[in-house]
Design a binder for this molecule. Structure first.
Ligand code: HEC
Length: 144
């Protein structure tokens, strides 16, 4: 009886401790090689004013609350997340992460985090074209 009680207390402690430990060790999964090597079909500089406005609106409506106005990972919804939204404006971030990586995560999401997939067939149902535009936008506006 005593042992059972101790075990369940221990169990509860473990359960309580788990999220912090896993958030600490969490690493964003890496896209498979065939995505890493994809080239963004969108050149941000070649988008017309209307297309720029529309991708700004898309980011504002779907991404900003987590990734923040300036891409700092500090949106209003980010405060109590254990695994924080990626800061796109962290120095060196854009150089380290391929366009294909950003595309793949936005398409499919990152398991066990608040980052859900936005691709075709998800609740958000963005097209691949829209996601490439978001990737171009993120790298153009926020990268340092
Ligand atoms: C509800 C919060 C939330 C929203 C909304 C959200 N994200 Fe995220 N995002 C996250 C979190 C949390 C992570 C970190 C995931 C991880 O570390 O595994 C993340 C990670 C990412 C990454 C990871 C890139 C890398 O370095 O591998 C990209 C790209 C990304 N988000 C793009 C977007 C885009 C584009 C949108 C809007 C269409 C969006 N996110 C909306 C929470 C969010």
């Amino acid at each position: 009886m005593k042992t059972a009680l101790m075990l369940s207390v221990l169990g509860l402690l473990l359960v309580a401790a788990t999220p912090a430990i896993s958030a600490d060790k969490h690493q964003t999964p890496n896209a498979p090689a065939e995505f890493q090597s994809k080239k963004n079909p969108i050149e941000f500089d070649e988008l017309d004013e209307k297309a720029v406005k529309s991708v700004e609106r898309l980011y504002g409506g779907k991404c900003k609350k987590c990734h923040g106005e300036e891409g700092g990972g500090d949106g209003t919804a980010a405060a109590d997340m254990l695994i924080k939204p990626t800061a796109f404006n962290a120095p060196g971030y854009a150089a380290k992460r391929s366009d294909g990586q950003l595309f793949w995560i936005t398409l499919n999401g990152s398991p066990n985090t608040e980052m859900k997939g936005f691709g075709p067939g998800t609740d958000n149902n963005l097209s691949e074209q829209e996601i490439w535009k978001l990737v171009a936008f993120i790298k153009n506006r926020f990268a340092k």
